[in-house]
Design a protein. Structure first.
Length: 251
């Protein structure tokens, strides 16, 4: 049986980085296989090949998957050059694997974010072609009309970029305080997308939280808490990604 796989996939599976970033590492000449520099993306490697990135041998880690309730004021990154708290700071030192976030949440946005050392898994979840639903709840100043809420589904323009959501609805209104709570479901992951969409209609977001990502929700977690995904949940995501990709091919 041929157990070889593309070099960039092997790097991603090691938990070092995503497949896309691994491809750049290869083309930049920063990767060696069996002490030989490799720059061709089509290169295949087997389980006994030694891979190095910037002279550091890759260690094959067991894949792990965590769901974190990110608080506001925390960076969705493994490090920050300004010394701010990052999501990795919230994970116990007893976890030896090198974890990185799947996608990102803005500094002022709280909610569900996944962390893993499985670059292949991460790439599937954040790639636009897989169209995985992400549900956000926003507290805003003002009370939008039904026409404005429907406009979010049709699409709005902000700074020359077209933005839209899969669904949107008003969860609660407070006419006395002139505030509303809005739920939006996205499949895209553009920078500050929810805030920009609502700002395009003239509404300022006071609080924003991601409550769902695919089949997962926050459950009973409090801000800063996390839990490991079950094997069933990991399989749910893999099956969902395969189904989405198959639908894309057929359409």
């Amino acid at each position: 049986m041929d157990r070889q796989e593309r070099l960039q996939k092997a790097i991603a599976k090691s938990g070092f980085t995503s497949r896309r970033k691994a491809e750049k590492l290869i083309t930049d000449g920063r990767v060696k296989v069996n002490n030989e520099k490799v720059t061709e993306l089509g290169t295949k490697v087997g389980p006994n090949d030694q891979i190095e990135v910037d002279g550091i041998p890759l260690e094959k880690e067991e894949p792990v998957y965590f769901l974190l309730y990110k608080p506001r004021g925390v960076i969705s990154s493994v490090s920050d050059d300004r010394g701010r708290k990052v999501v990795g700071d919230l994970i116990s030192d007893e976890i030896d694997q090198r974890l990185f976030p799947v996608g990102r949440l803005d500094y002022d946005t709280s909610g569900l974010i996944l962390l893993t050392n499985d670059g292949e898994f991460s790439q599937k979840l954040i790639h636009p072609s897989y169209k995985i639903n992400k549900v956000y709840v926003a507290k805003i100043k003002g009370i939008p009309s039904k026409e404005e809420i429907n406009l979010l589904k049709k699409g709005v323009e902000h700074d020359g970029e077209y933005l839209k959501c899969v669904s949107s609805r008003i969860l609660k209104t407070d006419f006395k305080k002139q505030k509303s709570i809005i739920e939006l479901t996205l499949q895209e992951g553009k920078n500050r997308q929810v805030r920009r969409m609502l700002e395009s209609l003239g509404y300022q977001v006071e609080k924003l939280k991601r409550e769902r990502f695919g089949p997962l929700n926050l459950g009973n977690l409090n801000p800063g808490e996390y839990r490991e995904l079950t094997p069933h949940e990991v399989k749910q995501f893999s099956d969902l990604a395969k189904k989405k990709m198959l639908n894309n091919v057929q359409t």
